[in-house]
Design a binder for this molecule. Structure first.
Ligand code: FPP
Length: 244
């Protein structure tokens, strides 16, 4: 059961922050280095940002690591990213477990290589008792793809007589999404100066606050993160209602 979402007066930290980590390629190219150099630098930032969450009051962090559209990149870059994900999981698994991080993956695993999927399953199992920070990594993830896969499963349940179509409402579909156990994001951050959401958490971000910042992901430090999280506390979230 997903933790509930509801109106609150712009106080306190965002419980769930989602980040589109953009700008690795430009960061590397600005230094005359290959794009993969930027992805490696970006991976190092992930740890710092995860570690900052408990002190900032952020319980859920969801990061966009690879989209359903990222397969269109060169074969070298895709292979390099897949190898980076395998290495990251292998190298960080124990530290994540010891630091109380519960790791989940969202996205379609069917197209990912079996070795990587095995590592993902193992990391989820290794950290399933943890509750200090919930880190969700979106890998081969697309919001439209997720809604399509959810709809397919929902339709199968209707066909099998397990779900009455008349009972379907906006509480039903989220139960079929990859994020079914997560609260909706309160704040979505995108680095690198692009102001678009690129198919990230489309359903879940209906009432999220957005922050688009120029900083490239490899330069996204804990203090930049803290400043944005502090800024969130001043926002008034009405969820379509009028607050007293
Ligand atoms: C976008 O920058 C970034 C990605 C497509 C990959 C994100 C991956 C990481 C931060 C690395 C590792 C993550 C984990 C979980 C280990 P871009 O390549 O689109 O940059 P550009 O817009 O400057 O070209």
């Amino acid at each position: 059961m997903a933790p509930s979402n509801g109106p609150e007066k712009g106080k306190g930290a965002p419980r769930h922050v989602a980040i589109i980590m953009d700008g690795n390629g430009r960061w590397a190219q600005a230094q005359g280095k290959p794009r993969l150099f930027g992805h490696h630098a970006g991976a190092k930032r992930v740890r710092e940002i995860v570690e900052a969450c408990p002190d900032l009051g952020v319980k859920y962090l969801t990061i966009f690591a690879f989209s359903t559209e990222n397969w269109k990149r060169t074969q070298t870059e895709v292979a390099g990213l897949m190898s980076l994900f395998r290495r990251y999981i292998t190298k960080e698994a124990r530290a994540l477990r010891d630091e109380g991080v519960r790791v989940r993956f969202i996205g379609d695993r069917v197209r990912l290589d079996k070795k990587l999927v095995k590592l993902m399953d193992e990391l989820e199992a290794l950290t399933e008792e943890n509750d200090r920070v919930h880190l969700t990594i979106a890998l081969n993830y697309g919001g439209r793809d997720e809604v399509a896969r959810a709809t397919k499963r929902l339709a199968q349940d209707v066909a099998l007589g397990r779900l009455d179509p008349d009972s379907v409402d906006e509480e039903t579909l989220p139960k079929y999404l990859d994020t079914c156990v997560l609260p909706d994001p309160d704040l979505v951050i995108r680095t690198s100066g692009e102001a678009r959401i690129s198919n990230f958490l489309l359903w879940q971000s209906a009432y999220a606050e957005y922050e688009f910042i120029d900083t490239l992901w490899p330069d996204f430090t804990e203090s930049v993160f803290a400043e944005i999280v502090d800024g969130f506390a001043g926002r008034e979230r009405r969820f379509g209602a009028v607050l007293a």
